[in-house]
Design a protein around this ligand. Structure first.
Ligand code: GLP
Length: 241
């Protein structure tokens, strides 16, 4: 793993945006794997700036997102489709039909998951996957468990994730209890991965991801086995390493 230690959230966002922008410049028709949550918001803002000020061109870029809440439509302002439209897609020159987020309202969950994997494969795989890190070590919505899930699947969210994410909802009861997520296998297939980590709340998860035993109980530990991972983390996140 390549580790980039930065001072704070702003520096993390800038560094991450530089790596994504370099990918887009080097391969304009690249496939980006994208993440939601509070962590990548600053990175998206910097990418929008580069689009506005330098003409960073997203017209040929394809994107696939990691996850989506079960039961939320793309119009729901808590859905990850809404998030992506708001923070990136509607602010740059990407074609909406080049963007993919799992459908939270899919009638047939199994079929939807299989099709998501097939569509990723048809795109030729992900060139650069952006990841955040859950406080319990989850990536996407791959929660701690007794085995690594291979491909896109529907998952029951753990209580700790529901607690961590309730800040975005009016009340805890409004937090969906299930999500669709790319599997660990889908994430590991990406040619390059960057992991963004900020804040003391992630310190324990970061320490385990970097130096802990590889175990599905801390899903991010699997990243130790990927050949091209760059971790960009700030000083607070490094407080337990
Ligand atoms: C959410 C998302 C993850 C994200 C993580 C951290 O549950 N499914 O993709 O990385 O939690 O979120 P945040 O960046 O808000 O701390």
């Amino acid at each position: 793993m390549r580790i980039i230690k930065v001072k704070n959230y702003e520096e993390m966002s800038k560094k991450a945006a530089e790596i994504v922008a370099a990918q887009v410049i080097l391969k304009p028709e690249c496939v980006l794997g994208l993440a939601t949550g509070s962590t990548p918001i600053g990175m998206y803002d910097r990418l929008v700036e580069r689009y506005e000020q330098e003409g960073l061109d997203f017209s040929e870029v394809r994107t696939v997102n990691l996850d989506e809440y079960v039961g939320l439509s793309g119009e729901n302002d808590q859905s990850y489709r809404f998030f992506m439209n708001q923070h990136l897609f509607h602010r740059v020159n990407i074609a909406m039909d080049h963007t993919m987020v799992p459908d939270g309202l899919a009638a047939d969950a199994e079929k939807a998951c299989t099709e998501y994997e097939e569509k990723m494969d048809a795109l030729g795989g992900v060139d650069l996957q952006v990841l955040g890190l859950g406080p319990n070590g989850h990536i996407g919505f791959n929660e701690p468990g007794d085995h690594f899930e291979k491909s896109t699947h529907r998952v029951d969210l753990t209580d700790s994730t529901i607690q961590a994410n309730k800040r975005f909802f009016a009340s805890e009861d409004d937090v969906p209890k299930q999500a669709y997520t790319m599997g660990i296998g889908s994430i590991m297939k990406a040619r390059k991965i960057i992991v963004l980590v900020s804040g003391a709340g992630k310190a324990d998860a970061l320490a385990k991801m970097l130096h802990g035993k590889i175990t599905p109980k801390v899903p991010a530990t699997i990243l130790q086995l990927h050949s091209d991972v760059t971790v960009i983390a700030d000083e607070d996140a490094f407080s337990a390493v």
